[in-house]
Design a protein around this ligand. Sequence first.
Ligand code: NDP
Length: 257
Amino acid sequence: MRLDGKIALITGADSGIGQATAEEFAKAGADVAITFHTDAEGAAHTKSAVEAAGRRAIVAQLDVRDSSAVDALITRVVSELGGLDILVNNAGKGMGGSATVDELPEDQLDLVLDTNLKGPLHCARAFIRHRKAQGGQGRIVNISSVAQHLPTAQSAPYGMSKAGLGSLSRSLSVELAPHKINVNNIAPGLIQTPMTQERLDDPEKRDASMEQIPWHRAGQPIEIARLALFLASDYGDYVTGQTWTMDGGLTMNWGGA
Ligand code: NDP
């Protein structure tokens, strides 16, 4: 699977799934625009890895909640890298604390919905405007979560945001088919990243998770990155509007024996 000559923007590419995707895309021949929110050092590490693969990289700080900043970033990427073909909407906030809905503070609700749902829409909107001006073609890969399917107590905003992202992916796939822009959605299960390290380091929580996952292990970021690569490459040309769950069987076993 190759991305030779393509230019990809990956949000939240300073760590975890985004970082692995940037590295995998560069190895497949793409130049990469890397964004980070707080972790400049992680982003610099990703840039080095992209360059070690022989590709160009630029790094930008971005808060996906800020639509003007997103618009400015797309302009910068096109100007500095010479175009933009692929968007990976990876940046996201975890559960954002745990609270039942009746106890949920408004700012916690806004933080998760604005980052995980409005953020990808901001990025998709700016990306689509650019691609339409180029006559169409392009790929959007959204990173949602199994939480879009599975109910979890005390984290309603996260599930709502990811279910919304799945819905956005389906709507966009129909809107953008005439422009030959594919839109797909990856729903990872438990993946070993900074977002989940605390759970995996806690023996009780880790054992409970492993019990639920038929594969009895956490996924690795590179496994999600390879699926993103498939969807962004020519191999994924005839697929759009789908959610691709990669979870070691977790969704088959939710609440099971
Ligand atoms: P990480 O914590 O490694 O990645 C999260 C990324 O999002 C970081 O790069 C972070 O930037 C960035 N980010 C957070 N808030 C903002 C913001 N307001 N604007 C821009 N960027 C922001 O965790 P993962 O790799 O696990 O997460 C990547 C995606 O995968 C997320 O969307 C997450 O919901 C999803 N996911 C993860 C699962 C898992 O088990 N790990 C399971 C299912 C889905 P910075 O580090 O600079 O602050």
